[in-house]
Design a protein. Sequence first.
Length: 245
Amino acid sequence: MCFHTSQTAKVKAFERKFKVKISNVNLENYFDIPQYHLNGFTHPNMLVIPQQKSEVLAPGVWGIVPEGTSKDEITGYYNESLKFGGGLNARSEKAFEHFIYKHSIMEKRCVIPVSGFYEPHEYKGKKYPYFFKNEDESPLALAGLYSVIDTYITFTILTKAASPLFAKIHNKKNRQPLILGADQTACWLSSDTSESEIKDVLKFNYDESLLQTYTVSKDVFSPKIDSNVASSIVPFQYPEFNTLF
């Protein structure tokens, strides 16, 4: 699953890579502040590229909420849905069937640009966080779905069965976020994409050789520690655990 991300790139870097513009220039300073660790369970604001306006970067709230919910009901929905994951992730295998996702999969797909994300590795009953990013430090494009609640975008990150790399690391759940390449990003955001093309994107395997991954401090997964600090994305070695790479 993907419940923890990192966003340290500037808005301009997103604009260049994805050929988009931020929806409101007054938001640029806010989103330029480095977010070394974004915990999905706090439902942070993040930038997304929505299919319905694929030329812009728009603010969205992490955690999809069903259409028809009012903005005043969002917090209550998150509290109630916590036991189901808070709407943070959507299994790609259920994208056409789930009561929320099926209303978004054809017309409300989105891309969530991030600098990196964290996944847990379990060893002798303990969890060790790994950080993933592009080897060349360029932003990653995560596939998602969204809903529009009044003036708010709420979104979820799609996950898929783990590739060999992710299976080694996320060795309990064997899942990973759906990472898109340039061609898949364009297809995902296009209003002309057919159902069969969507299903092909859902099966896409990002080239593992483009990724860098390493262990980081366990502070990332501690609710008692402020882990939105630069050290959260710095490699950290564990003497009791020989890292996989």
